[in-house]
Unconditional design. Structure first.
Length: 524
């Protein structure tokens, strides 16, 4: 009895389990069948809701549960579109900007009317901005500019375009500066010229000013590089181009400095005329503050004067110093001019060359003829010597008294030689012909009655002693020469002599010792 009951219970349990199993299978079949219908619906709904992550995750489940032959073909297009878009988004999130840009480009090419077309268009432009930033950081400037042009041309209606407007001047500037710093000036000029053209084309006034400033700065830097190589003419040509583009203080100052340095090169070669011309060009540059160019010009004249003075061309040196005085503007340079004058005057004063001798002769003539003080301050500088020059007669003074240089010429003795009649004798006679100089002639018939005088002259020196440096007369005296020789001729002999040209006799000039004694006394 108990066995039958246990068997019955066992059978009931078995039936119950079988029922549960059957029901479970039925439920699974119902769910599986429902999923086959529901999952595609959910995928398409997610696609329409622009939830690509959900589309791809549901599609993964769908493809896992159902064999390929059972797949809904209508799901391929939205799933593939989502895969393409998510790939681009993933690359963008991972900051793989180039990959993101290409992925967005591929998406737009394959799905121009896709649900993410507008978003992909915006994100593609954004990715391109980041590509440009990476290119700029890697100094791939040419590619960066090309991409920026693409942004402004094809993506002008995106937010990235606004960034491109800001970024383009920065990339141009960085590119040009990099080239300039590497001394590739020619390419740098091309880049900044392109920058200027870009700014003018898009009417970006601020950028245009920046481009011109950088272009001018490049020409200045180029010029400085040429100048460092001694290529002054080429350097100045670059500076002039810089001034034309941007007449700023820097460009003009560089141009002026080049002329000054070029002039100094000519100075070292003693080509003073060429040096002065360069200095004058530096002075003529308008708009540059400071006195450097003016000082260089003045120094050029001073150096020229020093060279002339060393060759004992003191008058030429003084002419150059006169020009230096006219051009000197700063106190230091004015002091230098005065020092140069003093040194030149001192060298002139101590010279015994041709110019010094002529200056001494001119000074003595000016004093003796008109009492004028010499213009040159070079006379009588040796205060411990008392030396003199003589004007009017030729005498030989001893070396310890005769001035041989302007510095030694403290005094000048102005001597006027005056012959005075010591004796005059008259002689008269008759002659038949008249061929001489006579004091009196009277014709009587066929003969002439003539009278002549024989004269004896004594020589006197009228002496005036002058201080050369002040042109003041210090003393005067008269010295007499020796008695003239006696008249030794007869009347007839004298008349015969007169017929041949006349007769006068002179005594000797004053004795030189008389002059020396008087000078030594008068100059004390």
């Amino acid at each position: 009895m108990s066995e039958n009951v246990e068997t019955l219970v066992y059978k009931n349990k078995l039936r119950a389990r079988m029922l549960v199993l059957v029901l479970s299978v039925l439920v699974l079949l119902l769910v599986y069948g429902a999923g086959f219908i529901a999952l595609p619906v959910r995928i398409l709904t997610s696609y329409r809701d622009r939830a690509c992550d959900s589309v791809l995750s549901l599609n993964k489940i769908y493809r896992t549960l159902y064999p390929k032959f059972m797949e809904d073909a209508s799901l391929a297009a939205p799933v593939n579109e989502c895969q393409s878009y998510v790939l681009a988004v993933t690359s963008e999130q991972n900051e793989k900007w180039s990959d993101a840009y290409e992925a967005y480009e591929k998406y737009l090419n394959e799905y121009p009317g896709g649900i993410y077309a507008k978003t992909a268009y915006e994100h593609r432009a954004s990715a391109l901005i980041h590509v440009v930033e990476d290119q700029a950081e890697q100094e791939k400037y040419e590619g960066a500019i090309s991409n920026l042009d693409l942004l402004l041309d094809q993506y002008a209606d995106t937010d990235a375009a606004a960034d491109a407007w800001t970024l383009t001047p920065k990339v141009f500037t960085a590119w040009g500066m990099t080239l300039r710093e590497s001394d590739d000036f020619e390419t740098a000029v091309r880049v900044f010229s392109d920058f200027s053209s870009w700014a003018e084309h898009y009417q970006r006034n601020d950028a245009a000013l920046d481009a011109k400033r950088e272009l001018a700065k490049t020409f200045v830097t180029w010029g400085l590089d040429l100048q460092s190589q001694g290529k002054y003419e080429d350097a100045i040509a670059k500076f002039e181009m810089a001034v034309k583009i941007d007449p700023s203080q820097d460009a003009k100052a560089a141009q002026q400095e080049a002329y000054i340095e070029w002039g100094n090169v000519f100075l070292t070669r003693k080509d003073f005329l060429a040096a002065i011309k360069k200095f004058e060009l530096s002075v003529d540059i308008v708009g540059v503050t400071g006195d450097k160019a003016q000082d260089a010009l003045t120094n050029g004249y001073i150096q020229w004067a020093a060279d002339l003075s060393s060759k004992e061309d003191f008058l030429g040196a003084l002419r150059q110093l006169g020009l230096a005085k006219e051009t000197a503007t700063t106190d230091n340079m004015k002091d230098s001019v005065e020092t140069a004058f003093s040194e030149t005057y001192l060298a002139f004063a101590n010279s015994d060359g041709d110019q010094a001798k002529q200056a001494m002769a001119d000074a003595q003539e000016a004093i003796c003829k008109s009492g004028q003080k010499p213009e040159l301050p070079i006379f009588g500088l040796k205060k411990d010597t008392r030396q003199v020059g003589v004007y009017g007669v030729k005498v030989v003074l001893p070396d310890d008294l005769l001035a041989n240089t302007p510095a030694e010429l403290s005094y000048v003795a102005c001597i006027t030689e005056e012959p005075k009649i010591f004796q005059r004798v008259s002689h008269s006679t008759f002659v038949t012909s008249l061929t001489g100089n006579f004091d009196h002639v009277q014709k009587l018939g066929n003969r002439y009655f003539v009278s002549v005088f024989e004269t004896r002259y004594q020589i006197y020196w009228n002496i005036h002693l002058w201080d050369v440096s002040t042109a003041k007369e210090l003393d005067d005296t008269v010295l007499s020469g020796s008695t003239p020789p006696p008249l030794a001729r007869s009347n007839n002999a004298l008349i015969g002599s007169m017929l041949g040209g006349g007769s006068s006799v002179y005594g000797e000039p004053p004795n030189i010792d008389l002059l020396l004694n008087w000078l030594q006394t008068a100059m004390k």
